[in-house]
Structures are given as C-alpha cells and as structure tokens.
Write a protein that binds this ligand. Structure first.
Ligand SMILES: [Zn+2]
Length: 236
C-alpha cells in the first residue's frame, strides 16, 4: 500500500471512530431524548420516549413532604401537588421549596369535603379561599385544582372556570396508596398500570407513599419515562 492509500485508510478509520464517538456521546448525554438506546443482554434496544405526571394530594405534610421533595430533587423529577388550604399555615417553607424546585401547585380543597354535596357557592368559596392562601405564599396564580374524591359536576366545572379561572385535574392511575400502605404493593400497581401520558394519583402523607414514589420513578425511568407536571399533559 502506498503512502497516499495508507493516509486515506487511516483518515477513514479516524472518521468512523469520530462518528461512533459522537453517537455514543449523544446517547450518554441524553441528546437522543429520554427514550434513546438501552443496553440489554440482547444488545441495544430503542425505547420510545414516554411521559407521565406524578401528583400528590392532601399535603403539605410536615412529616413527609420534605422527604419527598428531597428525593424528587435528587432524581431531578417535577411533580404536581394539590394542597389542602387548612394545612398551609406553618408549612409555608415547604410550599416555597416546591416552587423553587419547579413543581406545580394546585388547590385540593379547604377541608376535604365532597364538593358536589355542598351548595355551589359554598364549594366555590372554599376553593377560592384555598387558592388565595396558596397564592399569598407563592406569589403565583393557581390555575389547577383536584377535587377531593374526584367528585365533580357540570355546574361546578362551569363556575370554577368562570369565577376562579381554574381547571380541574383528575387522574388515570390510582395508586390506592392510602389504602394499600405497602411500598411494594403500591409500586407494583402503579408500574403495571401506567401508560404513556398518564397522570398518577398519590398522597404525600404516608411514608410508604414516599418510598413507593421513589421506586416508581426509578422503575419507570428505566423504562424510558420522564416525569412532567400536569399542565404539560392537559390538552384543551
Ligand atoms: Zn384528598
């Protein structure tokens, strides 16, 4: 092989290395998206990028919310919190931390009553009062609410949208965490039931729920999921 040919072959090898190198870098740095390639025993497998939203009702909880926020921060996961108005006082620092960490904050209720069983003006007054308390702490407008027990009707829907400029958020996957109280059972149910685009309902008032949330995140992330706040999944 003459010198020219040797140079050409060498340049070819270097170029191939460079292309391979950039490819690996892109995958490692996540440029190919949250899906990307995953090494399996059978070789490389492409995973479709998938999204889900973790939502936590009934907080803030002075015992568990801080722990949950820490774990979410470590995993760089954003979640959505629907708060009880009456639990806000004394937990302002937790709520400010939620904002700082990029989580979405919505209204759950004032006293966890079933809104459809109340007079509309009373239900609206309760939601407004919880909304005001949150806004006083965060300085941001609250745009979403999660009705307790998912109990909702057309009149409430129209009135809340018109008078409070809020939108209800329901869920696709019910963890039943308040009932199961077993980390492994909650993880199993949620991981089995979650599909692309789903909203997952949990409660940050039990240690088992917080532990389960971390395992759910780790498990679903390994399946190509990224976690977003509910506003990113709402389409209307
Ligand atoms: Zn609740």
């Amino acid at each position: 092989m003459d010198l020219q040919k040797q140079k050409a072959v060498l340049a070819g090898i270097l170029l191939a290395d460079l292309v391979l190198g950039i490819g690996i870098l892109l995958v490692v740095s996540g440029v190919l998206g949250p899906g990307g390639f995953r090494q399996t025993s059978a070789g490389q497998e492409y995973m479709e990028p998938k999204v889900a939203a973790l939502t936590f009702d009934d907080g803030p909880n002075h015992e568990y919310t801080e722990l949950l926020l820490q774990g979410l921060r470590e995993r760089d996961v954003k979640a959505s919190f629907f708060l009880i108005g009456e639990s806000i006082e004394g937990n302002e620092a937790l709520i400010k931390q939620m904002v700082e960490d990029g989580h979405l904050i919505g209204v759950h209720c004032m006293q966890h009553t079933e809104l459809t069983k109340e007079k509309v003006d009373h239900a609206i007054a309760q939601l407004e009062s919880a909304k005001d308390r949150i806004e006083e702490v965060t300085g941001n407008q609250v745009e979403y609410l999660r009705p307790p027990f998912g109990s909702w009707n057309e009149v409430l829907d129209e009135t809340v949208r018109a008078e409070l400029d809020m939108e209800p958020v329901f869920w696709d996957v019910d963890s039943r965490d308040w009932e199961l109280r077993s980390t492994s059972a909650i993880v199993k149910k949620v991981v089995r039931d979650t599909e692309n685009g789903d909203i997952i309902l949990m409660h940050d008032e039990f240690g088992t729920s917080v532990d389960a949330a971390f395992q759910i995140i780790d498990n679903l992330m390994a399946k190509g999921y990224t976690f977003v706040t509910v506003n990113e999944l709402m389409v209307d």
